[in-house]
Design a binder for this molecule. Structure first.
Ligand code: BGC
Ligand code: ZN
Length: 361
């Protein structure tokens, strides 16, 4: 069957003929992949900076943001049925008996680093016609979310972050309304802004962008405020948005992040979700940051990947977002490319917010 794969050793990326998977355990289901979203991680993988093929393969089938339809189920499958629309999680547990996180199904907190990830690290991904998976890694999405459900996986990043935020803030009396700054207006940032709005935050999105007007429109329509980085310095942004209770970083650039840390308010939490490329050292006033973090009881938190229950929250919040702001949610998907043209959004800068590859109509 058709798949899109990267060959890291040969530095090639192209369509291939990949063996069709079969159900081999009674708790597995077979899915026909409908759509795969493309993110920064995929673009790094196809430029050979990241991405490891499974053992015994010289290639890795890419894609980890999926929407698919169940076409076959093993005899003990009870969570999904034929025709269900499902989203698959990304990370699979490491093999170490001592890894408490992985042994309890929380490989998003794997201690050893030996986890695998579909489409990223030692497991084939979803940019292919058929996939077999254990039912515990599947989440059912309602039919009415069909045209936007490919956004569920990037939304899980925000859901896991918000869950950790509420755990952390149980440490103190935390009022009812909070001010959050989202750094970046890519898909992770805009979906994060939506999740924060649904959770009741006042939201400011601070972004450097080629298309301010499109993003401004999305941000305004969800009741958040857009602040353009080209015309507002970090100091000016902090005056508009402050005191900042939460920063949700979704730019993957450390210099702006560390400028903004200095404006985090009392008892604030700074959440990092981006993975920056190495651009060399930058100058930061570390004494100032350290003093401020201590004197303000601040928390700097990193968050990666998401467990199944955060996929459930993402599906719920995507439904809420579609009721409140259907046009804004749809506007997050810039373009759809047939799988025969998948290399275009993967390897060239086609712009926009979320580009999607259609595997099956
Ligand atoms: C995915 C995560 C994954 C991370 C690191 C992200 O793009 O959304 O699920 O854990 O990359 O590989
Ligand atoms: Zn582990």
């Amino acid at each position: 069957m058709l798949a899109v794969a990267v060959f890291p050793a040969k530095r090639e990326v192209h369509a291939i003929d990949h063996p069709e998977p079969a159900i081999v355990s009674p708790t597995q289901a077979k899915m026909r992949v409908l759509e795969v979203g493309i993110c920064g991680t995929d673009r790094e993988i196809v430029s050979f900076q990241y991405g490891i093929p499974p053992e015994g393969f010289e290639y890795l089938v890419i894609g980890h943001e999926s929407l698919s339809e169940v076409v076959e189920v093993g005899p003990q499958v009870s969570k999904v049925k034929l025709g269900d629309l499902v989203i698959m999680t990304v990370r699979r547990p490491c093999g170490h008996a001592s890894c408490l996180a992985c042994r309890e199904g929380r490989q998003d907190y794997c201690y050893t680093g030996d986890y695998t990830e579909r489409g990223i690290k030692q497991q084939h991904g979803y940019m292919t016609e058929l996939v077999v998976e254990e039912e515990r890694y599947l989440s059912v999405v309602p039919r009415q979310l069909r045209d936007v459900a490919v956004l569920v996986e990037p939304l899980t990043i925000a859901e896991k972050s918000l869950e950790q935020l509420s755990c952390v803030q149980q440490r103190l009396p935390w009022g009812a309304t909070h001010r959050a700054v989202v750094l970046g207006a890519g898909p992770v940032g805009l979906l994060g802004a939506m999740a924060l709005r649904i959770a009741g935050f006042e939201v400011f999105v601070y972004s450097r962008s080629h298309s301010h007007s499109d993003k401004n429109e999305i941000v305004s329509s969800i009741g958040a405020q857009y602040i353009a980085a080209e015309t507002n310095s970090v100091d000016e942004m902090a005056k508009i948005a402050g005191p900042i209770d939460v920063v949700y970083e979704a730019v993957g650039a450390s210099s702006v992040a560390f400028d903004v840390i200095q404006h985090l308010g009392p008892n604030g939490v700074f959440i990092f979700t981006g993975v920056p490329g190495r651009k060399g050292p930058i100058e930061v006033d570390t004494d100032y940051i350290m003093k401020d973090v201590v004197l303000n009881n601040q928390v700097i938190l990193g968050s990666v990947n998401a467990p199944p229950h955060c996929f459930a929250s993402a599906i719920r919040d995507l439904g809420v977002a579609m009721e409140r702001w259907p046009a804004a949610v749809r506007a997050l998907i810039t373009a759809r490319y047939p799988i025969s043209q998948a290399l275009q959004p993967l390897t060239s800068d086609v712009g926009g917010i979320k580009n999607v590859v259609t595997v099956a109509p």
